[in-house]
Design a binder for this molecule. Structure first.
Ligand code: FE2
Ligand code: FE2
Length: 191
C-alpha cells in the first residue's frame, strides 16, 4: 500500500526522546479512536461499517491505555498534543462532495494505519536491538493491530464506490502520502 519506505536511520532520531515519542504516540492512538468514531457519527446509516469502526475505536482506545500505562510506569506525564503536520496534509486531500469524501476519508485512514504499522515495526526492531524488550514487545503487538486496521479501512473503502475506483484513488493518495512524509523532518514522533 505504501509507496516509500522509512530509512532505517529514523529509529535513532525517533527514540532520542522517549517521553516525546511516547507522548506523541499516545495522541496518535487517541486520534485514531476519535477519527473512527467520527466516521461512525457521519455515516451511522451504514450499520456494518459502523460496527466495524466502533470495534476499531475500542481497540485504539486500548492502545491509548497501554501507552498511558507505560508513561505512568516511567513517571512521565504525557506532554500536550502538538499539530500533526503529516495527518493535516493528508486530510487536505479529502474531497468535499459525497461519496468521494467518504472514500477519501477511509483511504487516508488506511494509509495512516499502514504508515503507523511500518513505523511501529521499526520501533519494535530498534528497541529489541537496543535491549529494551518491554518496549519491543509493546510495539510488536501494536504494529500488527495497525496492519489489520489498514486492511479494514481498504475493505470499507471498496464498499463505498467500487474496488477498481478505490484502488485507483488509493494509488494516487499513496503517492501523495510518500511526498508529504519525505518533506517532513525526523523528530521523536511516530510521523
Ligand atoms: Fe492503534
Ligand atoms: Fe490503528
Amino acid at each position: 500500500m505504501l509507496l516509500s519506505a522509512t530509512h532505517p536511520g529514523w529509529f535513532e532520531v525517533a527514540s532520542r526522546s522517549l517521553p516525546a515519542l511516547l507522548s506523541d504516540h499516545l495522541h496518535c492512538e487517541r486520534k485514531a479512536a476519535e477519527n473512527a468514531l467520527s466516521l461512525v457519527r457521519r455515516y451511522s446509516y451504514d450499520t456494518q461499517a459502523s460496527l466495524a469502526l466502533s470495534r476499531l475505536a475500542h481497540e485504539e482506545t486500548s492502545h491509548v491505555i497501554q501507552v498511558a500505562e507505560l508513561l505512568a510506569a516511567q513517571g512521565t506525564p504525557p506532554r500536550a498534543d502538538s499539530p500533526n503536520l503529516y495527518t493535516r496534509a493528508l486530510l487536505d486531500e479529502v474531497r468535499k462532495e459525497e461519496p468521494r469524501r467518504r472514500l477519501d476519508a477511509l483511504l487516508v485512514a488506511a494509509l495512516i494505519e499502514a504508515r503507523s504499522h511500518e513505523r511501529l515495526t521499526l520501533l519494535e526492531h530498534g528497541f529489541a536491538a537496543t535491549g529494551q524488550s518491554n518496549l519491543a514487545r509493546l510495539y510488536g503487538a501494536l504494529a500488527s493491530a495497525e496492519d489489520r486496521h489498514a486492511e479494514l479501512y481498504c475493505t470499507l473503502a471498496a464498499r463505498v464506490i467500487s474496488q477498481s475506483e478505490a484502488t485507483c484513488r488509493l494509488e494516487s493518495l499513496a503517492a501523495r502520502e510518500a511526498e508529504i512524509l519525505a518533506g517532513l523532518p525526523w523528530r521523536s514522533r511516530i510521523h
